[in-house]
Design a protein around this ligand. Structure first.
Ligand code: PGA
Length: 263
């Protein structure tokens, strides 16, 4: 039977990476937030650098936009210089946290086992993890995309309590498409999204598989979001570059309206 995506609320998340000072964050939010309609029918999350989380939380109060962090340490507290715990993120007003981004895997040595520890700690804290998976160009060219992604998904979700599986958000981000302007075609993305949904179905059953939101990330922009979002198993986006300007991020979150106008 064909699956429908009607029960999954779209989610568009901004991953600002190491961009924007607190003053620039404030300027963005003062321009962006008043434009966001309360009946958008899409969850919107912004993930600024750690130092701007408190400020962003204060500015977002009363809006429908939610706050996320870009990383977290799995320990509740302790002598871990430079790190931030799940409890600290919750205390400052985060609802979401990105874990296992490919830049963290590539430059900071994060492994699937480490991502799993973060996953369990984040869920225990009641935060929603946005766990990133995706193959490198060499892995795609070696035809190992699905094997790599399967391993990343299974190992990230190891020992997750079944009551928590539906909350998880997965971001499929082919590494070769991140920040390169080279976007996956809707067919390439849909193939992997469907494979991820099949893995979830095998491991946790249909309900979880149909509930988990799977975002696409990698050069998502106002001019390609509509065709990506038309794919059955793509439920939103994790957006880097195109989320840094309030006009372009607004066009992204408002893609449904634009779609209606373009028809
Ligand atoms: P990009 O980044 O949109 O700039 O490609 C996406 C991401 O890294 O999450």
């Amino acid at each position: 039977m064909a699956e429908t995506s009607t029960s999954r609320r779209p989610l568009i998340a901004a991953n600002w990476k190491m961009f924007k000072t607190p003053a620039e964050t404030e300027a963005f939010l003062k321009e962006f937030l008043p434009k966001v309609p309360s009946d958008l029918n899409c969850d919107v999350v912004i993930c600024p650098p750690f130092i701007s989380l408190g400020l962003a939380a204060a500015l977002m109060k009363g809006s429908s936009v939610q706050l996320g962090a870009q990383n977290v340490n799995e320990n509740p507290e302790g002598a871990f210089t430079g790190e931030i715990s799940p409890g600290m993120l919750a205390a400052v007003g985060c609802q979401y946290v990105v874990i296992g981004h490919s830049e963290r895997r590539q430059y900071f040595g994060e492994t699937n086992a480490g991502v799993n520890k973060k996953m369990l700690a984040v869920l225990k804290q009641g935060l929603i993890p946005i766990v990133c998976v995706g193959e490198t160009l060499a892995e795609r060219e070696a035809n190992s995309t699905l094997a790599v992604v399967e391993r990343q998904v299974k190992e990230a979700l190891l020992n997750v309590p079944s009551a928590d599986t539906k909350k998880i958000v997965i971001a499929y981000e082919p590494v070769w498409a991140i920040g390169t302007g080279r976007v996956a075609t809707p067919q390439q993305a849909q193939e992997v999204h469907l494979a991820i949904r099949d893995i979830l179905k095998d491991q946790y059953g249909s309900l979880t598989s149909l509930s988990v939101r799977i975002l696409y990330g990698g050069s998502m922009k106002p001019d390609n979001i509509i065709e990506l979002m038309n794919c059955e198993d793509i439920d939103g986006g994790l957006v880097g570059g195109a989320s840094l300007k309030s006009d372009s991020f607004f066009e992204l979150i408002n893609y449904r309206q634009r779609k209606a106008v373009e028809r």
